[in-house]
Write a protein that binds this ligand. Sequence first.
Ligand code: 5RP
Length: 222
Amino acid sequence: MDDAKRHAGEWSARYVQNGMVVGLGTGSTVFYAIQKIGELIKQGLTIRAVASSERSEKLAREMNIPIVPFTSIDSIDLYIDGADEADRQGHLIKGGGGAHTREKILAYNSKKFIVIVDSSKLVEHLGKFPLPVEILPFAAELTLKHLKALGCEPRLRRNGDQQYISENGNFTADCQFKTIEDPVHLDAAIRSIPGVVATGLFANTMVTIVIAGYADGTVKEI
Ligand code: 5RP
């Protein structure tokens, strides 16, 4: 699927215009978008960028993309990021890379949010991919109990033999639901549990377009 990711990632760079504040997401698909934007910078494009993770910030700096502090911006013109699943209505599951809390902040503060995926991420119903939920380490077992009561099997993410710790210093619970019929309702229910920081459910109201790349080089805008 690497070619498909590259096609989607590179395609998204055509939406980047001079003078924009661009938000850079996290993951293997955004990697290609960042590389393409780096090429455009070499050709004279001038933008300012903010990143959703230390990984993406490092990559952007390597590509000479000017990263600016959040204190210097008021909003983001265009946010480009991947997803783990996108349904027909444009609702998303994100957070496979563990960066969804920061990604949600960027998406919420962006005028346009372009989602880039390989075609395997397009699904009828969300939920085959376990839903990432960032939770506070404090009393995590109690938070997990309430997540379970919503009908999922939550598992604390591991990083080898260690607990996975997000860039915000929190745990991530990967919640396996049978299927997610109503993402907006489920998102609200999960967020009402004290101890939950953010879910990986992104409602379609945040999304401008989904760009799906295919291995044969074609790209669809949905
Ligand atoms: C990171 C994310 C990523 O956008 C998502 O996991 C997709 O990653 P990739 O492009 O590597 O498949 O939400 O938190």
